[in-house]
Each structure stands twice: as structure tokens, then as C-alpha cells.
Design a protein around this ligand. Sequence first.
Ligand SMILES: [Zn+2]
Ligand SMILES: [Zn+2]
Length: 239
Amino acid sequence: MFETDFHAHSLFSSCGLHSIIEMLTKARDSGIKAQAITDHGPYLGRKTSSTFFERLDNPVDGIILLKGIECNVVDEDGTIDVIEKFMKWYDLVLLGFHNFKAKGAEPEYYSRLMAKAITKNPCVDIIVHPNVPGYRLDFGMIADIAAESGTAIEFNNAKTRLGRSSAEETIELIETCKASGCYVAVNTDAHALNEVADHGAIEELLKDTGFPMDMVVNRTYESAMNWIESRKARRAEHY
Ligand SMILES: [Zn+2]
Ligand SMILES: [Zn+2]
């Protein structure tokens, strides 16, 4: 059981179904101590709210709200749709490919672009779902990029649970990260209440592969919060 989760969506994403309060309440009732709400960036039509970042302070008793964004690589120059004016409030900045103009290209192509985006945007903390169909990254390349930059690779429970990424491919990702020694984060990517606090599909694969848990940044509540603090301190040096 993971007590923190770094990736979930609310109604501020067009694909989200529930309010922030509903997501946090379900997370708390399921044993989560800190839950990130990481709605999509403006490239995917995010409803931007400065109130969320500037004024909302742990609205549900018994659980910490982590504020984040799931950004997109938007062009071949490595530009991302992070909202700079909220930079000082981000606990987590996630980055991945969604609706990118070139779909189904070689994994090396997306990996080179990801490397460019991370170099250009040192605010990024986590590379999300590198095993998503359509924008599959080269696992070896991306693990090296993560190890060099101190970013974490995401093991995305929803994508594996729904079969969007096959178990075989997720195992390949897990084994590649294990060999590289990069940081990883185990995330729900919950869009629906039934997905909140569900890390089960990944937990099973971690057990099967004997994955070293000290590489998982959110293995405990303490390790998760310490990692976030170190990333925020690093971000403050750049922005
Ligand atoms: Zn995503
Ligand atoms: Zn997501």
C-alpha cells in the first residue's frame, strides 16, 4: 500500500469526472496521506484556476493536498505547457505526451524530444507513462535521461490496469529502470473514484520482478514528502 499518490485528475481536466473534494475524500478514506491533483496543462484544454494554486489550502481534513500539473510536450523545440505564474506553488510537475502532432513515430524520436524538454525545463519532476501506446518512449534512453536529471520515471497503474499498456511492456519498463538505478514513482493516474488509491496492478509487477523499493520515491509517506521538498528547492534555484 502506497500512502501517497503523485498523479490524479479532477474536473479541471476535461477527462476528469469528480471534484477535488471528492477525490481527496476518497483518497483519505482509502488510507492515502497525501494526494496530488495534477490536472492537464492548457494544451489539453485545462480550465486554469489561480484560486486552486494561490488560495486553496488542504480543504479535506486528514489528507494533504499536493498541487501539480500534468504538462505536455507541445513542439519539436521541447516547449512544454507549464503555467509559469504558478511555478512557486507547484509541488509536482509531470510531463508526458498527449495529442502530440506526430503520433506513432519511433520511440527514439519521442525520447530525444523528452530529453530536450527536460533540459529546457528543469521544473519537470516526473516523466509520465513512457509505455503509453502511440507515444512510446525508448525505455533505456528515458531511464538514462531520468538518472542524469534526477527526474523520476512513472509506473502508471491505470494504464496497466486497463490494458492500454500490456503487462509485458510494463515489466520491460520496470526491468530497464531497475538496471539503470533511476528514481521511479508509482502513480494511480486516477480519473474516476474507483481508481483512487489503486496502485495494485503495479504493486503486483514490482513484487514479481523483485524491484528494489529504495528506488521508489513514494515508497513511504516520509520518502515522498522529502523527495518533493528536494525537488521544490531545486525548482526554486531555476525560477
Ligand atoms: Zn497522461
Ligand atoms: Zn494523467
